[in-house]
Design a protein around this ligand. Structure first.
Ligand SMILES: *Cc1c(COP(=O)(O)O)cnc(C)c1O
Length: 370
């Protein structure tokens, strides 16, 4: 009875929405599989953790827990303005960049609007538009697991409200270079909002081929926003801070109208501010990933069917068989990786680059189960 009423009350878009495939918690794996050591390789977290400066910032911010945080995250926006060259009033802070994706949909997407994004895709690039009743068109990567630019040009020849893609992509790791990026944004409808998700920016920023998206987008006369996060290379995933660098103060103003006023808690603001100041830690984190990713790819190569080229802190690989089954077998060894559940990619899995010990445990367990 009750559930009938709830079904009648709920919005149709919500009833039809898929579920985000979040990585499992240590506790869940420990209790189900009775394993001591857990290797967390499903959520692209930083194995080096956060900058050592973060702990002190958290200790001192906790003394003011009774006081509301700054609703505008002003200190953090000012620091990001200095760092990025984007004016503070063009910067939005989110409870993770995930929240910014949601705010963009709340502010811009009407039922029936068309949204174009990548396949395989970061789940929320699809789910949040669908929450608003959007029609989401997915552009698949090509056989080499790279951006299929001709397919993007075809998809973008039809009107769209939002064009959303991650560069490098999650889950694949493929990267649009300068020319590819230019080609894609040039193909996008002039009246679409471009959402460039650079969650893995810090792992590629040193590469000559990686597009300087801010410079290229500023040459466009259209709205855009570049999303980045403190969750990956800064190692603050547990505190939830992401930011958006936007074309126009009005875009940030529109996001402010739909966000919860105190969306970034006091500790998160304080931690992000000191983490931003420790660029050496970010460089060390990125260097670790690049070196360990090479090792991981070399070990993985003889064991699997295909590995996608990756410029991020994970590898996407294909096996002969079902990815979810393999992931489940690895759980018995305390290894958490992410099977890909989208149709067409069920023989693919994503493994994060972890600590040396975690990476070795993963390879050893994989040898046993395959
Ligand atoms: C991890 C990730 C995010 C989410 O980052 P948060 O700031 O933790 O919300 C956003 N986009 C992509 C593509 C990601 O991989």
């Amino acid at each position: 009875m009750l559930s009938n009423t709830l079904h009648a009350l709920a919005r149709k878009d919500v009833l039809e929405l898929g579920v985000y495939n979040a990585g499992l918690s240590d506790e869940a794996v420990r209790s189900t599989w009775q394993v001591e050591t857990i290797s967390r390789l499903a959520s692209n977290e930083n194995p080096l953790g956060a900058s050592p400066a973060v702990q002190a910032a958290l200790n001192s911010s906790s003394q003011r827990s009774a006081i509301y945080p700054d609703a505008a995250s002003s200190a953090l926006r000012d620091a990001l303005a200095v760092k990025t060259g984007i004016a503070a009033d063009c910067i939005a802070i989110g409870n993770g960049s995930e929240e910014l994706l949601k705010l963009l949909c709340l502010a811009f997407v009407n039922s029936g609007d068309r949204v174009v994004t990548l396949l395989p895709s970061f789940g929320l690039h699809q789910l949040y538009p669908q929450l608003m009743g959007a029609q989401v068109d997915l552009v698949a990567v090509n056989q080499q697991m790279e951006y299929d630019l001709p397919a993007w040009e075809t998809a973008l020849a039809t009107p769209a409200k939002l064009v959303v893609f991650s560069n490098p992509s999650n889950p694949v790791g493929c990267m649009l270079d300068q020319r590819g990026f230019q080609r894609l944004i040039d193909a996008a409808p002039q009246d679409a909002l471009l959402v460039v998700d650079e969650a893995y920016f810090e792992y590629c920023a040193h590469l000559a081929a990686y597009p300087d998206s801010l410079t290229l987008l500023r040459q466009q006369s259209r709205p855009w926003i570049v999303l980045r996060t403190f969750s990956k290379a800064y190692g603050l995933a547990g505190l939830r801070v992401g930011y958006g660098l936007a074309s126009d103060p009005l875009l940030v103003d529109l996001l402010n109208r739909v966000r919860t006023p105190f969306n970034i808690n006091r500790s998160a603001q304080a931690a992000a501010l000191v983490a931003l100041d420790d660029q050496q830690h970010v460089r060390d984190s990125a260097a670790w990933v690049v070196q360990q990713r090479q090792w991981l790819a070399a070990e993985l190569q003889p064991l699997v069917r295909q590995i996608a080229p990756s410029e991020a802190n994970f590898l996407f690989f294909r096996i002969d068989g079902d990815g979810a089954e393999l992931a489940k077998k690895l759980l018995a060894f305390g290894i958490i990786i992410k099977p890909w559940l989208e149709p067409g990619y069920r023989d693919w899995l994503r493994v994060s680059v972890g600590s040396a010990g975690d990476n070795q445990r993963f390879i050893a367990a994989l040898r046993q189960v395959l």
